[in-house]
Design a protein around this ligand. Structure first.
Ligand SMILES: [Zn+2]
Length: 348
């Protein structure tokens, strides 16, 4: 594990003293290392060597490559080949029933059976209640590790049955160094990726190996940047497209808002002459242009508007309404008066 020393120390102490909980809930933003930590813990429990996890014994290697019969990952993806469209909305009751069935069996090879529930916020009420029964009366030598970006979206009864372990975003400098030393990424690329990944080292490592990820990010970002110059009609069409995505997957909307928030924070940083702290180091010129275009108050107000929209979505407000209001909050460029269509005049 890179970073997360608090979580690692806690788990190591519990493991060494034989007081491991039967269920953990790892909470942290996407790509922060929840799955890596869960895999490491499963390895430590089943490792064949003294220094656990060694990462090299048969057991450790099989767990790392996802073929160990005693370590299973349950998630909402239908299969490796399923793209956004193929992604299931929820973790179904049949998946949990299957999990319960195998949790009752003796370990095949290792010492412990480990079930990793990836995206535990996608357990629906039925499957969560079903899982709850197992968490209340756990079979011996079985460990459950639930991973989530937000434990507020889980049933409180589930949360209370697990030991909560929080994972924090890593500082850009730590990620930059790790990319160079462990993954042999060039210093220039490491600098960019360590800033773009927002503390999620997993994204940075994937992006270092797959150019498409940074390209996709750029594309999404330019769409958001262009929106600022677009008329209201375009902005509302965008809001409606985004709202439609929200009902299928919150992640893509949160990702868009996250990108936007970062972009406007960068504008603020440039405006306040702290350009060395910006995230979007590959867009310096546009950031300079935008920083000149808006006043400090306009920038701050819009950042606040994005945060508000985020909170409202979190509280299950109507996504379309929230996003439309956000579109109306985009500051007018260069002091020009942004004319609202007459029928929308009352919205402001
Ligand atoms: Zn090992």
């Amino acid at each position: 594990m890179i970073g997360q020393s608090k979580a690692v120390d806690l788990l190591r102490r519990s493991l060494e003293s034989g007081r491991l909980s039967h269920a953990y809930l790892f909470v942290g933003q996407p790509h922060v290392g929840k799955m890596s930590l869960a895999i490491n813990l499963a390895q430590a429990l089943n490792c064949e060597n003294e220094e656990r996890p060694c990462g090299q014994c048969k057991s450790c290697l099989r767990i790392a490559s996802g073929v160990h019969p005693d370590v299973q990952v349950v998630g909402r993806l239908a299969g490796a080949d399923s793209g956004e469209a193929g992604a299931k909305k929820e973790i179904s009751i049949s998946q949990i029933k299957e999990l319960q069935r195998s949790a009752g069996l003796q370990p095949y090879e290792g010492k412990h059976r480990v079930f990793i529930i990836d995206g535990a916020e996608y357990l629906n009420e039925e499957s969560a209640n079903c899982l709850l029964k197992t968490l209340e009366e756990p079979p011996p030598n079985v460990l459950f590790i639930l991973l989530t970006v937000n434990d507020n979206r889980l049933l409180p009864t589930i949360v209370s049955r697990c030991q909560r372990v929080e994972l924090y975003p890593l500082p850009a400098g730590v990620i930059e160094q790790a990319l160079i030393e462990r993954w042999q990424v060039t210093p220039e690329k490491a600098k960019l990726l360590s800033r773009l990944c927002r503390g999620g080292i997993g994204w940075a490592v994937s992006a270092a190996q797959d150019e498409k990820l940074t390209e996709e990010r750029s594309l999404r970002l330019s769409e958001l940047i262009e929106l600022v110059d677009d008329g209201l009609e375009h902005r509302f069409a965008f809001a409606s497209k985004l709202a439609a995505q929200f009902s299928k997957s919150r992640d893509s909307v949160e990702e868009a808002l996250g990108l936007w928030l970062e972009w406007w924070r960068d504008i603020l940083l440039v405006k306040e002459e702290c350009a060395q702290l910006i995230t979007n180091v590959d867009h310096k010129e546009t950031l300079n242009r935008h920083a000149k275009r808006y006043s400090l108050t306009e920038i701050r107000d819009f950042i606040e508007a994005i945060r508000t929209a985020w909170e409202q979505l979190e509280q299950n407000a109507n996504p379309r309404l929230v996003l439309e209001v956000l579109m109306l909050s985009i500051p007018a460029k260069g002091g020009a008066t942004d004319k609202l269509p007459q029928h929308l005049g009352s919205l402001r």
